[in-house]
Design a protein around this ligand. Structure first.
Ligand code: NAI
Ligand code: CS2
Length: 498
């Protein structure tokens, strides 16, 4: 039942900026898998603003694959409206996001309800923010036939649990029903996210029905995207802040930074919203943007999560108040990540790095280092290992120029996952069992043992003995002297940014 008073309060709240197109025109043309914080503060906003400019029919229905709770009912009770507060260093914008048509948890409603939604004829796009692990890929970017969810889905593909299995089954049903295909658009922080999603879906389909796999390969488009906006997980304090700043209580409310960026490969087999009118860049090749953002922004985030976390910083903005960490982070971006980028964009990378430091310094954004530290096994290869391997493969590389900060990051991660820096540590990583098994050795063997973890330390990486020695050196330096002493000595050997 729709609670009129709640949606009325949302619509009448004077403090909120609102689009004013008629929501009766909204149709569920986008189904989003992974109805988490990021999607609701990023793609949903671009879609809301695009609807305002032209063709307000692009509604989004959100589906959570693994989350229990009264979501479906409580979201509809507020007429599928949500508050978003955008905070810059000085300025604040409070908006109402109006582009949703509904939402559900599969754990509450069952997978058939999700498949029914995906098979509505007008659905044109299925987008995803299911975290890196949600794609069930091997480190080489192929479908992981040993992944628990994939193994289960292959036993009964008509009742899938993985995002890949659900997309494939929905496409199979649409093919059978002679409905048009939909575009599958990943919005996760994965390099070449479109190409990788296509590989996952097509390779999974091949295991079930090779003819379906060919149909998908021909009919479905998988655009790559670069997505950017810092949207921390909500806490009791941030929900209370929304209530205090707007007078509205919203279990779906969010606080994000003001900055947002979206670069999209323009390949949509069944149409798309007018995102180009709401600030998204439609391009032929997203890879240079993805690489720049993943290595410079996300790589620095991971550095701050592990090194900052070991230093005792709970939030990213606190890391930026630590002038040594801030200087090293800027040097990491300019001296190590920027030279690792494979193609040049018309972007001043020094200015880009400085903008990132300013964004990280925003004290209104309570982004926990512990949140970014999660799932390191998935995040380190594209953010750190790929950069290192690019740098060492350059003809001009000599071992005296090893990317020290990236190697320190890896050594810090090896300590971080042991949790000695904090009382209530929980290792959150899809590879936690393997990592814990590798750590179940005597203290003096832990470093060598973790270096056998192939998902991060690939054969290509381990072939560089100088890198392995440097990580080992940093590992023992942190062990014996503590992270602070290592950082103090470290800055003198870091070239200052040019
Ligand atoms: P969140 O925790 O609010 O939501 C995560 C969503 O992923 C939930 O719906 C959850 O049910 C789903 N999920 C988790 N594991 C899954 C699996 N194995 N299979 C299918 N679904 C799964 O997180 P948030 O903030 O929405 O971030 C999600 C992703 O969005 C990130 O991992 C990242 O790739 C991307 N992103 C996030 C940004 C941020 O600042 N929060 C910014 C840029 C990208
Ligand atoms: C972060 C990202 O959680 C993480 O790993 O690095 O979610 C980061 O906040 C976004 O990519 C910013 O766009």
């Amino acid at each position: 039942m729709l609670s009129r008073s709640k949606s009325k309060a949302f619509c009448e709240a004077k403090s909120l900026i609102k689009t004013d197109y008629s929501r009766t025109k909204l149709e569920t043309k986008i189904v989003h898998l992974g109805f988490g914080a990021f999607h609701r503060a990023h793609q949903a906003v671009y879609t809301d603003l695009a609807n305002q400019e032209a063709d307000p029919s692009w509604g989004i229905f959100g589906i959570n694959l693994f989350r229990k709770g009264p979501l479906t009912q409580s979201f509809s009770e507020q007429d599928n409206l949500a508050v978003l507060i955008e905070k810059g260093a000085q300025e604040t914008t409070k908006r109402l996001v109006r582009s949703f048509t509904g939402a559900m948890n599969i754990d509450d409603k069952g997978v058939q309800a999700a498949l029914d939604k995906l098979c509505e004829p007008q659905v044109a796009i299925v987008s995803l923010t299911v975290t890196e692990k949600g794609y069930c890929l091997t480190p080489e970017g192929r479908i992981n036939g040993n992944n628990e969810l994939i193994l289960e889905d292959l036993k009964h593909p008509e009742a899938p649990r993985s995002a890949i299995g659900i997309i494939c089954e929905a496409l199979r049903l649409r093919k059978t029903l002679a409905l048009p295909a939909f575009t599958v658009m990943s919005c996760d922080n994965i390099p070449e996210n479109g190409r990788k999603t296509k590989t996952a879906v097509v390779e999974y389909a091949e295991l079930i029905d090779p003819e379906l796999a060919s149909w998908i390969a021909q009919e479905v488009t998988f655009p790559s995207t670069m997505v950017d906006r810092i949207v921390p997980a909500m806490s009791d304090a941030s929900f209370a802040q929304i209530e205090q700043e707007t007078g509205l209580s919203d279990a779906f409310g969010l606080i994000s930074e003001t900055f947002k960026q979206w670069v999209i490969e323009d390949q949509f087999c069944s149409g798309r919203p007018n995102w180009h009118l709401s600030g998204a860049m439609m391009v032929d090749d997203v890879l240079p943007y993805e690489e720049m953002k993943l290595r410079m922004l996300n790589g620095s985030h991971s550095f701050l999560a592990y090194v900052g976390g070991l230093c005792g910083h709970d939030y990213i903005y606190q890391c930026m108040q630590d002038s040594l960490l801030k200087d090293i982070t800027l040097a990491l971006m300019i001296n190590e990540q920027a030279p690792s980028l494979s193609s040049q964009l018309d972007v001043d990378l020094k200015q880009y790095a400085e903008l990132l430091i300013a964004r990280f310094s925003n004290q209104s954004i309570k982004h926990q280092t512990a949140q970014i530290a999660m799932d390191g096994s998935q995040k380190l290869p594209p953010r750190v290992i790929d950069s290192i391997l690019t740098l060492v493969s350059k003809p001009s590389y000599d071992a005296s120029q090893a990317p020290q900060t990236l190697l320190l990051l890896l050594a810090a991660w090896m300590h971080f996952i042991q949790g000695k820096h904090t009382a209530d540590f929980q290792l959150i990583d899809p590879e936690a069992t393997t990592l814990k098994a590798l750590l179940a050795v005597d203290n003096d063997k832990k470093c060598a043992s973790l270096l056998q973890f192939k998902a991060v330390f690939s054969d290509a990486f381990m072939a560089h003995q100088d890198l392995v020695q440097q990580i080992t050196h940093f590992y023992y330096a942190i062990d014996q002297q503590g992270i602070r002493a290592v950082l103090d000595g470290f800055v003198t050997s870091t070239r200052s940014p040019k």
